[in-house]
Design a protein around this ligand. Structure first.
Ligand code: ATP
Length: 305
């Protein structure tokens, strides 16, 4: 029997997402606080005679089942880096993370594929090498490896762990339809240009970092912030209704997650999250409503499927 390895990787949300001006290299300078939530994709990499990608679960038909899949690109990158003589694999992805939802689902799969391939081929790839490979695949991939809570700078790939006391409880509302991350950044640039604003570099959200260390959900709630939210709302105005509905249902605060359109709501404990999720489920504003907690660890190996 041919060997295989499985990695489990969490979704991310941005508790703070500060977006600076558009740089000459086409990226925006970010200052963000990531948090990994208990919503996972499982990625299995097996030795095979023929290359294949199989995707099951949440949004499976919206994910490419070929070499353009981020997990496949990750396997190719680590195979080339480590000069694996026979890198043919079958990749299986079980998705819980909404596709094109602003929760870094593709990045999670890339991080999981790196870890699973390294185990399959028994590579002794160090933490820093994995981080560099991850950063070459996408700005969010290093955080998917790291997990927990972390401050992200530059394009979001330079990470510093943040102290996050206790567990926070969230409701995740996956919208009908997705949003393309580049389209949301373009919209932000368009809105800013229309206002003739000079955009300052993003600042470190010190107040939020102190609140996270205190573990006080009531201190954290008013400090959630996303510079991309106006752009996501401009492209999908119906998200305003979702955000309002979350507040009315009893959430302490709600924001668009990353580039959206997933909205996340911070609640005062697990019971409150269940009650908010139940109420939002009944409104029909979303494709799926679920609860999750965080922070949780980043990509890790689990017994092979
Ligand atoms: P982010 O939060 O990192 O900006 P996202 O969560 O908004 O990303 P993804 O779910 O990563 O978006 O998907 C973005 C696009 O990437 C999808 O529309 C899909 O076509 C493509 N894609 C490639 N590989 C994958 C994968 N393994 N999982 C999900 N999407 C993938």
């Amino acid at each position: 029997m041919m060997g295989g390895a499985t990695a489990r990787v969490p979704a991310k949300i941005n508790l703070h997402l500060g977006v600076g001006p558009l740089r000459e290299d086409g990226y925006h300078e970010l200052n963000t606080v990531f948090c990994a939530l208990s919503l996972y994709d499982d990625v299995t990499v097996r030795a095979a005679d023929e290359f294949s990608v199989t995707v099951r679960g949440e949004g499976q038909h919206d994910v490419p089942a070929d070499a353009t899949n981020l997990a496949a690109r990750a396997v190719a990158a680590i195979a080339e880096y480590a000069q694996v003589p026979d890198p043919q694999v079958a990749i299986e992805i079980e998705k819980q993370i909404p596709v094109a939802g602003g929760m870094a689902g593709g990045s999670a799969d890339a991080a999981g594929a790196l870890l699973a391939a390294a185990r399959l081929w028994r590579l002794d790839t160090g933490r820093e090498e994995l981080h560099d490979l991850a950063a070459s695949l996408g700005s969010d991939v290093p955080f998917s490896l790291l997990g927990g809570a972390a401050l992200g700078t530059n394009r979001g790939e330079e990470l510093l762990p943040v102290l996050h006391r206790g567990e926070l409880h969230w409701v995740i509302v996956a919208a009908k339809g997705g949003l393309s991350t580049p389209a949301v950044y373009h919209e932000l640039d368009r809105l800013r240009a229309g206002r003739g604003e000079t955009v300052p570099p993003p600042e470190r959200p010190d107040e939020l970092i102190v609140a996270l260390a205190s573990g006080d959900v009531h201190a954290v709630a008013p400090l959630l912030h996303n510079d991309l939210q106006p752009a996501a709302l401009s492209l999908q105005p119906r998200l305003r209704r979702t955000l309002r509905a979350g507040g009315e249902a009893g959430a302490l605060a709600g924001i668009v997650s990353g580039s959206g359109p997933t909205c996340v709501f911070l609640c005062d404990g697990e019971d409150a999250a269940i009650s908010v999720a139940t109420e939002l489920s009944g409104l029909g504003v979303a494709k799926a409503v679920r609860t999750a907690h965080g922070p949780v660890p980043g990509a890790r190996l689990i017994p092979a499927h």
